[in-house]
Design a protein around this ligand. Structure first.
Ligand SMILES: [Zn+2]
Length: 62
């Protein structure tokens, strides 16, 4: 069972989210930073729970 944290977005992250600074990706992609699947990265809390955040700070919609 992968660890899926629910971090609270920072004000800076919220600003990026509201600008639509995210993209679609497959959850089966491998993260270049940690080598794990995108599925194994944390997602955000309510309202942005459909987004996952990668090690490099990118927001992706899986
Ligand atoms: Zn990673």
């Amino acid at each position: 069972m992968p660890l899926r944290l629910r971090p609270n977005p920072t004000p800076e992250q919220l600003a990026r989210l509201e600008e639509g600074d995210f993209y679609r990706a497959s959850g089966g992609c491998i993260c270049e930073t940690c080598g794990k699947l995108y599925y194994d990265h944390p997602y955000f809390a309510e309202e942005w729970a459909f987004l996952t955040i990668l090690c490099n700070g990118d927001f992706v919609k899986l």
